[in-house]
Design a binder for this molecule. Structure first.
Ligand SMILES: CC(C)(COP(=O)(O)OP(=O)(O)OC[C@H]1O[C@@H](n2cnc3c(N)ncnc32)[C@H](O)[C@@H]1OP(=O)(O)O)[C@@H](O)C(=O)NCCC(=O)NCCS
Length: 303
């Protein structure tokens, strides 16, 4: 059984059309392979329970049971009907409601409200509390965490872009998640000069123009997921972390320029993953440690 799965990993790893990543879990070890959207849809071995990294239509029974070493990823649409929006709004704290009111554009206000309300609903399932009872506080650089010290080991992170939001939740490993929409108007070559380390820039500039675009998004989302897992956000200089980003390199941190005030961890202390989020979007997940299982679902309200 294991040998045939191993063969599949090699087959997908040799495929040129590599844009997503799948985790296959054997016992306590995590194996990584890439797969394309069509592989995900057509190969049953990749949608069976033995290969958990795909988004399911429905919230699974027992999905809130989050074991140590596991990461749950949720994907949600934040453009919701007004009745649903009201449900989310009613769960927000006064601070969050005030923050929502500061958005001038109604669409941005509504998306913030829905994204925060959905975060509360997702966490409520793990905490077995009502969404309204959850209290957040922020780290030194603004990363939200749970206020109750007894619950603070439930780690989570959020990213939103357009009508989508993604959430990562872990019982014991710090996580950072990033979602970006692939926008035509983006000056990716100019941005690469600002976010890439010197080593990355050399690799980037040697890629063909067609390769550069996808490579830039991989690089950007991986770095942003990392600085979000760290909790520093953009106050950690993105040039201080070097990641892989060409199509044939598995996601990985190669070098971390360390400054004790920023992080004292080593590249090998971290894991990076691509997220199969669908056409036009790129996502990455950074984990402080080695998760043994990553599962992803489309969020559906259950109340
Ligand atoms: C975190 C950050 C990288 C997000 O960038 P972005 O591409 O605009 O946004 P994303 O959608 O990917 O993520 C936003 C979410 O990240 C989370 N977040 C906020 N600050 C964070 C941090 N320092 N680390 C990790 N996650 C953070 C929040 O949940 C936020 O969601 P919210 O806006 O609904 O509250 C960026 O806003 C940042 O660097 N913030 C920190 C700024 C800072 O240094 N502040 C210091 C004073 S508080």
């Amino acid at each position: 059984m294991q040998a045939s799965v191993e063969k599949q990993i090699l087959r997908f790893a040799q495929d040129d059309n590599l844009d997503h990543l799948c985790l296959l879990v054997y016992g306590r070890q995590t194996r990584i392979c890439h797969f394309s959207e069509s592989d995900m849809n057509h190969d049953h071995s990749l949608t069976s329970s033995s290969s958990p990294f795909s988004f399911f239509e429905n919230y699974p029974e027992g999905g809130h049971l989050l074991q140590a070493g596991h990461i749950h990823v949720w994907r949600a649409i934040v453009d919701v009907p007004s009745t649903r929006l009201q449900v989310y709004q009613d769960t927000l704290s006064p601070d969050e409601q005030e923050r929502a009111q500061r958005f001038r554009a109604p669409q941005h206000r509504q998306r913030f409200t829905a994204a925060r309300g959905i975060l509360r609903h997702i966490l409520a399932r793990y905490l077995r509390q009502s969404p309204r009872e959850i209290h957040f506080e922020s780290g030194a650089f603004g990363k939200p965490c749970l206020q109750d010290p007894a619950e603070r080991s439930l780690h989570f992170n959020v990213s939103h872009s357009g009508q989508w939001a993604v959430y990562a939740v872990s019982r014991d490993l710090e996580v950072g998640i990033d979602l970006e929409e692939d926008r035509d108007s983006l000056d990716y070559a100019g941005l690469a000069e600002r976010i890439c380390s010197p080593e990355e820039l050399t690799v980037f500039q040697n890629l063909s123009q067609t390769e550069q675009r996808a490579a830039f998004f991989r690089c950007w989302t991986r770095k942003e997921a990392f600085v979000k897992a760290l909790g520093h956000g953009f106050s950690f200089p993105l040039q201080n972390v070097t990641v892989t980003f060409t199509s044939d390199d598995p996601p990985r941190i190669l070098n971390l320029q360390r400054n004790l005030s920023e992080t004292d961890s080593l590249p090998e202390d971290w894991s990076l993953f691509n997220l199969p989020l669908g056409q036009g979007f790129l996502g990455a997940l950074a984990v402080a440690g080695r998760p043994s299982l990553i599962r992803g679902w489309d969020y559906r309200p259950d109340d």
